[in-house]
Design a protein around this ligand. Structure first.
Ligand SMILES: [Zn+2]
Length: 307
């Protein structure tokens, strides 16, 4: 049986509105899909927009005096009518010590995701599964507790099964020199040691069940896994770092962090055609203002965000 769920409103959702309201249950028997904000970041705009010149990207996002742009690291919480809570990603969290926190532009020093979940009455022990698109620290750092001097890192979701693709898991355990700094050294060992790891190699996960369909993309990092939930309004897909925010819905716009930009563009084109043809929407983890968008297709076959 498929898992039914509802999403929070239609079209564009402002982060502050989502944080302020809990949606009404949909018909009583279905489930909620909630946007939960994590820690925010400021990163170099040039690195975030790959080969796009500043004259172009600065029209989309205004950089600060240090050329940095604001970014969210937000998660999606699926509250099933079965009582399960499924968290799609964990954001960057607050695991960095002061030096790295400053280097990577993490704005808040507390664990915003845990506060956002708490505002919905959900504690870390209430999360049944966490789905990770990949294990870069701005997606998986929130699995760890807030940094404290002299304290070992530990997983905060003490009951959750961690759902990861086989290729993303392999990459996290043995990163390439180019992306080694994007991974958290001790994290795979902690996840493995928990005994609650579900490594996925197809479009379904035994942990999640048939209500969740998994897409794969290799252009950003090998085995990035994008989870789709079957909302009554149509499919809702966690777009991960394939489409981190509104400007990146355009297929030709990539990030400097992408491993294989041409592959990513081809994957994005096919992904957008598929999701658009099914009336689906995208969940954007890094867009500072907009969590969920539709997809618009122009007469020349290009795509843009419908906000
Ligand atoms: Zn990434």
């Amino acid at each position: 049986m498929g898992t039914l769920m509802r999403s929070v409103g239609e079209g564009r959702i402002q982060a502050h509105e989502v944080a302020a309201c809990r949606p009404e249950p949909f018909g009583g028997a279905l489930m909620d899909v909630m946007v939960v904000e994590g820690n925010s970041q400021r990163l170099d705009g040039g690195a975030m927009f790959g080969n796009a010149p500043k004259a172009m990207w600065s029209r989309w996002v205004e950089p600060d005096a240090d050329n940095r742009i604001p970014l969210a690291t937000r998660a999606l919480l699926v509250r099933e009518d079965s009582g399960r809570n499924i968290l799609l990603e964990a954001g960057i969290g607050a695991f960095f010590g002061p030096d790295l926190r400053h280097r990577y532009g993490v704005v808040e020093d507390h664990h915003v995701l845990l506060d956002s979940l708490g505002a919905h009455g959900v504690g870390p022990g209430d999360i049944d599964a966490v789905v990770l698109s990949h294990l870069h620290f701005d997606h998986a750092g929130g699995l760890l507790g807030t940094w404290a001097s002299g304290t070992d890192q530990a997983l905060v979701f003490n009951r959750a099964t961690y759902v990861v693709s086989e290729a993303a898991w392999a990459r996290a355990r043995a990163p390439h020199l180019r992306d080694r700094a994007s991974f958290i050294k001790g994290l795979p060992g902690l996840i493995e040691g928990s005994g609650r790891l579900d490594v996925v190699d197809g479009d379904r996960s035994a942990t999640l069940g048939p209500g969740y369909r998994l897409h794969f993309s290799n252009g950003h990092t090998p085995g990035m896994m994008l989870a789709e939930v079957e909302a009554p309004q149509g499919p809702l897909v966690f777009a991960g770092d394939l489409i981190p925010g509104v400007p990146w819905v355009r297929p030709a716009v990539t990030m400097g962090y992408d491993r294989y930009p041409e592959l990513l563009i081809d994957e994005k084109q096919a992904f957008l055609e598929d999701v658009h043809s099914r009336g689906g929407r995208l969940f954007l983890t890094h867009d500072p203002a907009t969590a969920i968008v539709g997809i618009e297709r122009d007469e020349r076959g290009g795509f843009s965000a419908l906000v």
